[in-house]
Design a protein around this ligand. Structure first.
Ligand SMILES: C=C(O[C@@H]1C=C(C(=O)O)C=C[C@H]1O)C(=O)O
Length: 266
């Protein structure tokens, strides 16, 4: 199996390289799911409580369906996996199946970082209107299923920042520790940022938007030059939100990285 497709929790080989390979594999999932969501129009009634699509409840239909989905998936053990972060963590039921155990790689006090409320807000208020055409086809069940899968893929990618941060910390603890103790967010952000890597990611996801978003025809000479989603929108999504939020997760994780750890004797 290509390394991009294996879970690092399976192999236990966490290095900056292997973590980046996992992020690369996750790009494929994100681009496929963008293409799937773009098949439906906005369907804004799903996201607007005033239509009261869930009778007698103060929540939007998407909130209702998302929470119910997480409840079912929690029973299957989804959130025992440290790569997964719930959007509605309150009162999730325990897993009903005998689950495998996961190796502990993350620093436990820092592993609970959760920015899903920000991902939710950015997705519905800023990004979705750019991705889809306006309108309402009433296809709420399929549209919400598509939103849920896409949001879960984005959340998994962004929260992978925890694994990235742990790897970077272990590679250079003496560089990180003073900044963590000083709670210096800006200096931490600078230390963990690799501009060249970010530019590569942006170019690659745009290319994936082109390759995965082609219209396939049996007639070789026929090329419409059109794509199922705008490839530059994919790199915009990464530049404006996915990478900055991944780095926020890295910073938040690092700020908690020394919690519960004994102070070193100088
Ligand atoms: C995830 C990393 O940390 C930062 C975030 C990146 C991203 O979100 O793709 C890329 C480079 C770094 O600035 C990394 O170094 O790979």
């Amino acid at each position: 199996t290509p390394v991009e497709e294996r879970s690092l929790l399976e192999t236990g080989e966490f290095t900056l390289d292997s973590v980046r390979q996992s992020l690369t594999g996750q790009e494929d999932t994100i681009v496929y799911r963008l293409i799937e969501r773009a098949k439906f129009p906005l369907n804004s009634r799903l996201y607007d409580q005033k239509y009261e699509l869930v009778p007698g409840s103060p929540v939007t239909l998407i909130q209702f369906l998302f929470k119910q989905t997480e409840i079912v998936q929690a029973k299957a053990g989804r959130y025992l996996n440290p790569e997964e972060t719930p959007f509605f963590p309150e009162n999730l039921p325990p897993s009903v199946i005998q689950d495998r155990t996961y190796p502990v790689f993350l620093h436990p006090p820092a592993s609970s970082v959760n920015v899903n409320n920000i991902i939710w807000d950015v997705y519905f208020n800023k990004f979705l209107p750019l991705l889809v055409k306006p309108g309402d086809d009433g296809n709420y069940a399929a549209t919400s299923a598509s939103d849920i899968e896409l949001l879960q893929a984005l959340s998994r990618r962004i929260h992978y920042g925890k694994f990235v941060a742990e790897v970077k910390y272990r590679e250079a603890p003496h560089e990180y520790e003073p900044l963590i103790r000083a709670k210096d967010r800006n200096a931490l952000m600078n230390l963990l940022t690799f501009k060249k890597q970010e530019e590569m990611v942006m170019r690659r996801v745009e290319k994936k938007g082109m390759v995965f978003g082609q219209y396939v025809s049996l007639n070789d000479t026929e090329s419409t030059g059109k794509y199922k989603i705008d490839p530059s929108l994919v790199s915009q999504l990464y530049e404006k939100w996915v990478m900055p939020l991944t780095k926020d997760v890295e910073v938040e994780y690092l700020l908690k990285r020394l919690d519960g750890e004994q102070k070193q004797v100088p």
